[in-house]
Design a binder for this molecule. Structure first.
Ligand SMILES: C[S@@+](CC[C@H](N)C(=O)[O-])C[C@H]1O[C@@H](n2cnc3c(N)ncnc32)[C@H](O)[C@@H]1O
Length: 250
């Protein structure tokens, strides 16, 4: 099966052979095969102008490491820029979040620049209007894993990628809460029983238990998400703030 207009991903990288890598497996891999999305890995080095195929140089002002040259990277970007949003992977960027993935999944695709060395020359970021995004407060050795992470998050949200139509809706971050705990068979394992409500067959009671667990976990583990959730609840129809009735919260 091929999709007439797949979601199109382009990654500019010095290591195109790293792709699709993990994205060629499981959900993302099957969706790639089915033509729900497409992936193009462009070798930045192909755009070097000298016979040594040089892509980097020492930083002006001194300091350790090397910097990706703006002229080489810009020539690579020129061949793929077509109106899709363009991102530069960097620990300095805004932290990528589930809401960003949802917005991206609704568009035609995206272009990602994977940095290496100390990073890329600021002028090409400015000239091309690249949005700087980070996947977390730590430093990877290159932007490829960061781009793959973002792609994995986006691709599973594309229509037709996940099995159950609503499986993304209850996940962590979707409603601004962390997800409730899961249990499967056996109902008792090493003396640990599954919460009885989950065996009750009462859908409303199960839903209430899950919501309470989600709220309690979020309040305990992520005060930032919890504060935003409470504020939203207060704003929405002047609803009273949620009352945590059980679960992991204090
Ligand atoms: C060694 S890092 C450069 C770190 C940079 N000198 C700094 O201190 O911000 C090389 C490349 O890895 C990528 N990278 C590293 N950590 C990242 C993160 N947390 N999120 C997104 N990309 C990251 C970026 O593309 C970066 O240009």
């Amino acid at each position: 099966m091929t999709n007439p207009s797949p979601w199109r991903a382009t990654v500019l990288t010095l290591f195109p052979e790293m792709f699709p890598g993990p994205l060629g497996h499981s959900l993302a891999g099957r969706a790639l095969e089915a033509g729900i999305w497409s992936l193009q890995a462009v070798n930045i080095r192909d755009f070097a102008a000298d016979r040594h195929r040089t892509v980097d140089d020492t930083p002006f002002g001194g300091g350790a490491g090397m910097v990706l040259r703006p002229d080489v990277l810009d020539a690579a970007i020129e061949t793929v820029a077509d109106g899709r949003p363009m991102f530069c992977m960097t620990p300095r960027g805004r932290r990528f979040a589930q809401a960003d993935a949802r917005a991206l999944a609704e568009g035609p695709g995206a272009v990602f620049v994977a940095g290496r060395y100390e990073g890329i020359d600021q002028r090409v970021i400015d000239a091309r209007g690249l949005t700087e995004i980070s996947i977390g407060d730590y430093v990877l050795s290159g932007g490829e894993l960061a781009a793959m992470t973002v792609l994995d998050v986006v691709v599973r949200l594309l229509p037709g990628v996940m099995g159950a139509a609503d499986s993304a809706e209850e996940e962590s971050f979707s409603a601004g809460l962390l997800e409730y705990p899961h249990y499967t068979r056996p109902a008792e394992w090493r003396g640990r029983a599954v919460p009885p409500v989950l065996l009750s067959g009462h859908h409303a009671a199960v839903a209430a238990w899950r919501r309470a667990e989600s709220e309690a976990l979020t309040r305990e583990r992520r005060p930032d998400l919890w504060a935003a959730y409470v504020a939203r609840r207060i704003n929405a129809d002047h609803a009273a703030p949620p009352v945590v009735t059980g679960g992991a919260g204090p």
